[in-house]
Write a protein that binds this ligand. Structure first.
Ligand SMILES: *Cc1c(COP(=O)(O)O)cnc(C)c1O
Length: 385
């Protein structure tokens, strides 16, 4: 099976991890800050907080922004469940903004319309999670304008987008947002096995996230209520978690970051080749906004089902049977049973649901060979025409 995504581990990556295993620190040593520095330097943000997953990063980002019971978080329905679950962890309620049918990201016009309505009934969101689906940046300028006008905070869920840029600024520069979150799960663009990071330009937000990452405990005297009583002394000043990243993960991250640009470039080469080879099939190819560079985590095609004469399911199954590890990103979050129990239902976000009925992610990853790609193309031609 040709997988839809796969990590690429080099001899240098392995060396970096082995060196940590033979060192004094397996956790809370020098590699974690080195990894934070590598990511903030690359993205052009000031502060980074590395954690054990993007899910944790989203959670502590929401906490640092003060999200709590009675507040509302908005995001897109076409995302992984973690983008909205982070709001639930904080006791907030969730709502969604339907997607733009071209970019598949949350639609800025629908966002504006929904904000106008929400203001009338005094239910404005406190936090918006903008997800750069497949690596395609959201319309961050418009989102930032709306956030200033309506007074909400913005988290970019850039789990798909490290290495990309928007209007000349790197994804993760936080030019248009308060906090940006990355995932380093093996299917993502760079990996630490499991891992995530939240980056920001505000030291206060980073200090809060550092606290929430590790039990709400500080050894920094300037943050203490009482001042230090001695070298042993620490204070718990928030209710935090153990979301720490290990040194093994961080060393792998430092090493992987050296190849980030190469990884993204390889994805672009593969994507351009798909664009060319698939252009005559009854499918809609990915669309790219002007003045943006995608991290290209995923290559999603949409089936023009009225031209094909087979069902979405049938096409998906036939591709899998041919050894093509297709996938579907994502089942709209509001249709999950857990969310339907909160009152959401099919029909709530029609563009997201239409996308779901037509989308298929086809294999694309750094180590993919041209032969593998040709096999995917040939299988698609077989199944679709
Ligand atoms: C993968 C992913 C996450 C969660 O990442 P983890 O590191 O696995 O917790 C969150 N949001 C999006 C959009 C993702 O793709």
């Amino acid at each position: 099976m040709i997988p839809y995504g796969k990590q690429d581990i080099s001899a240098q990556d392995i060396d970096a991890v082995l060196q940590v295993l033979q060192s004094d620190f397996l956790t809370q040593g020098p590699q974690v800050p080195a990894f934070e520095k590598a990511v903030t330097e690359f993205t052009g943000s000031k502060f980074g907080c590395a954690v054990n997953s993007a899910t944790s990063a989203l959670h502590i980002a929401c906490l640092a922004l003060g999200l709590k019971e009675g507040d509302v978080l908005w995001t897109t329905p076409v995302t992984f469940v973690a983008s909205s679950n982070c709001g639930l962890y904080c006791g907030a309620s969730i709502d969604f903004v339907d997607i733009d049918p071209n970019t598949y990201n949350l639609c800025p016009d629908k966002l504006e319309q929904k904000l106008v309505q929400a203001k009338k009934v005094d239910k404005l969101p406190k936090v918006l999670v903008a997800v750069h689906l497949c690596g395609q940046p959201c319309d961050m300028q418009k989102i930032q304008l709306l956030s200033k006008h309506y007074g909400f905070k913005v988290i970019e869920d850039a789990s798909h987008a490290i290495g990309g840029s928007y209007q000349g600024s790197k994804i993760g520069s936080c030019t248009y947002s308060d906090i940006t979150v990355f995932s380093f799960h093996p299917v993502k663009i760079v990996t630490t096995a499991e891992g995530g990071m939240a980056v920001t330009n505000e030291i206060g937000l980073c200090e809060k996230m550092n606290l929430f990452r590790s039990h709400g405990i500080t050894r920094d005297e300037s943050l203490m209520n009482e001042g230090s009583y001695g070298g042993w002394y620490y204070e718990q000043i928030e209710l935090g978690y153990n979301y720490r990243m290990t040194e093994l993960q961080a060393a792998l991250g430092v090493s992987q970051m050296r190849r980030l640009e190469e990884f993204v470039l390889a994805r672009h080469t593969l994507a351009r080749r798909y664009d060319e080879k698939l252009k005559d099939l009854p499918i809609t190819l990915p669309f790219q906004l002007e003045n943006t560079y995608s991290g290209l985590h995923l290559y999603v095609i949409r089936l023009q089902l009225e031209l094909i004469g087979k069902s979405h399911r049938q096409i998906f199954d036939e591709l899998r049977e041919k050894g093509i590890g297709v996938n579907l990103h994502y089942i709209p979050v509001h249709t999950q049973p857990y969310y339907r129990n909160m009152g959401f239902d099919w029909g709530d976000f029609p563009e997201a649901e239409k996308y779901y009925r037509e989308a298929i992610s086809i294999p694309m990853f750094h180590g993919m060979t041209l032969e593998q790609q040709d096999e995917v193309v040939a299988s698609l031609k077989d199944v679709l025409v």
